[in-house]
Design a protein around this ligand. Structure first.
Ligand code: GDP
Length: 360
């Protein structure tokens, strides 16, 4: 296949931003991912997926297509967007890369009728602790009484079509949520009214059921990232890669799902990963990704790559991965590298992962 992360129109050589979805249980995280992806994981397509970690790659092409109606100056400088599905905060805290959060930015999902809930506040605090920028998806707007659905429409267009009562109810709920954020010390504003992004956090009203507001969410994420995170997103050759999950796949043996944050991986690369019984030195047998838009965990056939460039969620097959530990870094051994030194630094990760697990 063609590497989906190859830059299409970016002359600045940016990698795709990596985004997490956080929020209270039932706020609609899975449904929102499904909506963006056009899959139906929430209703059991992949069985129990909410308890797992995956990554979905959205090529710029796809984002452009989905946001056409917004008529924005949609020059996308990043090759795409990589979304990590982090159901619980435990996994989020363990998902780190080089001591900083794996995610460049996050979507904090809030149910418009439920407002801020305990896990919303936990997520909020984690994001602040990690200095991760985020956008608020004020989800389930279609639940407002009398809402007129306008499938996949930009939110301003959709709001224009709502009867007066719906707009008043929307404003009441919005005000409540903004006050609740204020109580947490955070200024928030509807994204299209927000003139000071960065200081004031943007709210995008969405419906994961009808897709309303989802184009806005996608465009805002990408445009904001490429505008404010150029340095962080500038592609470097040095491999930066984190193991998300270790699992047995029929026909492939034990595999690891990784997020390649930076650099490039090749079939045949010699790699070192952290293992329960010491460092695992092995060779990449195959680099696989799901078909674009499909979540890494959805069963099906994979695309094979000779090489693949960051940022990307990848399944790696290799020998001896049985005892690999999720949450640790993967290192590539170059021709001039000192294998012993790499082995040592790989195992340092284990101590920090173990202590994080103990704490949570
Ligand atoms: P999660 O626990 O945050 O992943 O929440 P889910 O995605 O599993 O959603 C919880 C429930 O809310 C499910 O029954 C969804 O179908 C429903 N839901 C999620 N988003 C929306 C939305 O925008 N509108 C409506 N009406 N229901 C939604």
């Amino acid at each position: 296949g063609v590497a989906p992360s190859e830059s299409i129109e970016g002359e600045e050589n940016l990698r795709s931003p990596i985004c997490c979805i956080m929020g209270h249980v039932d706020s609609g995280k899975t449904k929102l991912l499904d909506c963006i992806r056009g899959t139906n994981v929430q209703e059991g397509e992949a069985g129990g997926i909410t308890q797992q970690i995956g990554a979905t790659y959205f090529p710029a092409e796809n984002i452009r297509e989905r946001t056409r109606e917004l008529k924005a100056d949609a020059r996308l400088k990043v090759p795409g967007l990589l979304v990590i599905d982090t159901p619980g905060h435990e996994s989020f805290t363990n998902l780190r890369s080089r001591g900083s959060s794996l995610c460049d930015l996050a979507i904090l999902v809030v149910d418009i009728k439920a407002g801020l809930q305990p896990q919303t506040i936990e997520s909020l605090n984690l994001l602040r602790m990690r200095n991760t920028e985020f956008i608020i998806a004020l989800n389930k707007v279609d639940r407002l009484y009398g809402w007129q659905t306008c499938k996949n429409a930009p939110i301003v267009k959709s709001l224009k079509q709502q009867p007066k009562d719906v707009i008043s109810e929307f404003n009441v709920e919005l005000k409540k949520v903004k006050n609740q954020f204020q109580e947490q010390g955070l200024n928030t504003e509807l994204y299209y009214k927000n003139k000071e992004m960065g200081e004031t956090f943007s709210i995008v009203p969405t419906s994961a059921v009808s897709g309303e507001g989802v184009p806005d969410l996608l465009l805002l994420l990408v445009q904001w990232a490429q505008k404010t995170m150029v340095e962080k997103l500038t592609y470097v050759d040095e491999v930066q890669c984190t193991v998300l999950e270790v699992k047995v796949i029929e026909g492939h043996g034990t595999t690891i799902d990784v997020v390649l944050v930076n650099g490039e991986l090749h079939e045949g690369d010699k790699i070192v990963v952290c293992g329960l019984q010491g460092p695992i030195v092995t060779t990449i047998r195959a680099l696989l990704t799901p078909h674009p838009m499909k979540e890494l965990r959805v069963k099906g056939t994979y695309l094979h790559y000779k090489e693949i460039k960051a940022a990307q969620g990848i399944k790696i097959t290799a020998q001896g991965l049985e005892h690999a530990i999720a949450g640790t870094a993967l290192h590539v051994v170059g021709p001039d590298d000192d294998l012993e030194a790499i082995k040592e630094s790989v195992m340092e990760d284990m101590e920090s992962v173990m202590s994080r697990i103990e704490k949570s």
